[in-house]
Design a protein around this ligand. Structure first.
Ligand code: PLP
Length: 365
């Protein structure tokens, strides 16, 4: 495979060359004023990207799964109840994590490729008192987009803290964390934020921080505990030296550059671009006779999950790679040999749409 293959999986994605250049800069000390400035800017830019001026950002070395576990570990204690709006593989993961942290978990499930109705979710919320409700904004296993705004309103109405797994959405799908009342949202550097893998990114709103402060016992794992990370992030934001665990200097420097591109484009324009590109892809899939896994009312704009046409199997993914484009196979355990996935988030352009659809056509032919 040449270095010019296009990486079109749902993370990691193709980055802007300026992001990679930042990654390759000389590693500075973690208390170097230049790095402290970059970290401070990263924290401020994250509030803009998540549209949450009153939230506290955390950027910790790890992947999206670490961000997920930080959310769960800080908000839940033994005996709490959690409601999981389950749209696939990553909803299963957060449900399992809530259980591991001592919560009793109720899932509101839908068939793969669809979303539970608001009525079903409200019925479950009425049935018990939930400390937390979780929503997977885009379930990357099925490309299902959940209606976060409406679901969050329901969660709030019934007194639950709302956690949004935005790993495949933040920076690509509309998410107004503060206006919609989302308490915790998290993502990872390698998805629509457009930086290399290695950083867990989480924003906690005031109610989430209050719930964490009101815990009867500290978080068992020190690396996950807001108590360890909050003073560090406050200090870095103020460009003051402090240390708990060495920050991933180069990755944060690269993320800062990428977030600069997001903020410059503007979140509304960025979401609109993702919608335009998704509809361009959808038109191409239709023209090629490819069908979506997700139902029409819940298709993400950050990736497509497409069923293999009859007579075609999972070897298609390798054939597409030979045509110069890397796409991903299926992930949902019940269906994974039946579909493939094309990521279209971040710095993706209309030229990529042409290149990707042409490669898939050649591979099918
Ligand atoms: C990728 C992804 C995760 C996991 O992130 P990692 O960085 O792979 O740990 C969690 N949730 C969603 C929705 C994802 O797309």
């Amino acid at each position: 495979m040449t270095e010019r293959n296009l990486l079109m999986i749902p993370g990691p994605i193709e980055f802007e060359p300026s992001v990679l250049r930042a990654l390759g800069e000389k590693t500075r000390g973690h208390l170097d004023p230049v790095f402290m400035k970059a970290f401070s800017r990263t924290i401020k830019r994250l509030r803009e990207v998540f549209q949450a001026p009153g939230a506290q950002p955390f950027v910790v070395a790890g992947s999206g799964t670490l961000a997920m576990e930080m959310a769960v570990a800080n908000l839940l204690q033994h005996g709490d109840r959690a409601l999981v709006v389950n749209t696939g593989y990553f909803s299963d993961r957060i449900g399992a994590m809530c259980e591991r942290h001592g919560a009793s978990v109720t899932h509101v499930r839908a068939a793969p490729g669809s979303i539970p109705s608001l009525e079903e979710v409200e019925k479950a919320l009425t049935g018990a008192s939930f400390k937390v409700m979780t929503i997977t904004h885009v379930d990357t296993s099925t490309a299902v987009l959940a209606p976060v705004r409406e679901l969050t309103a329901l969660g709030k109405k019934h007194g639950a803290l709302v956690i949004v797994d935005g790993v495949c959405s933040v920076g690509g799908e509309a998410l107004e964390m503060e206006a919609w009342g989302v308490d915790v949202a998290f993502t990872a550097s390698q998805k629509a934020l457009g930086a290399p893998p290695g950083l867990a990114v989480l924003l906690a709103g005031p109610k989430a921080l209050a719930a964490w402060k009101a815990r009867s016992k500290p978080v068992a794992a020190m690396y996950l505990d807001f108590a360890e990370w909050l003073p560090i992030h406050e200090a870095y934001e103020a460009e003051k030296p402090s240390y708990y665990a060495t920050p991933a200097v180069n990755l944060i420097t690269a993320l800062d550059v990428s977030l600069g591109h997001l903020v410059e484009e503007g979140m509304a324009a960025r979401v609109a671009r993702h919608e335009r590109i998704a509809s361009e892809f959808h038109a191409a899939w239709k023209a090629m006779g490819l069908s979506h896994l997700p139902a029409e009312n819940c298709r993400a704009h950050t990736l497509s999950a497409l069923l293999y046409p009859s007579g075609v199997d999972a070897t298609l993914v390798g054939k597409i790679a030979k045509q110069g484009v890397t796409v991903a196979g299926g992930l949902h355990p019940e269906l994974k040999t039946k579909y493939f996935r094309v990521g279209h988030m971040g710095a993706v352009t209309m030229n990529d749409v042409s290149a990707v659809t042409a490669a898939i056509k050649r591979a099918l032919g």
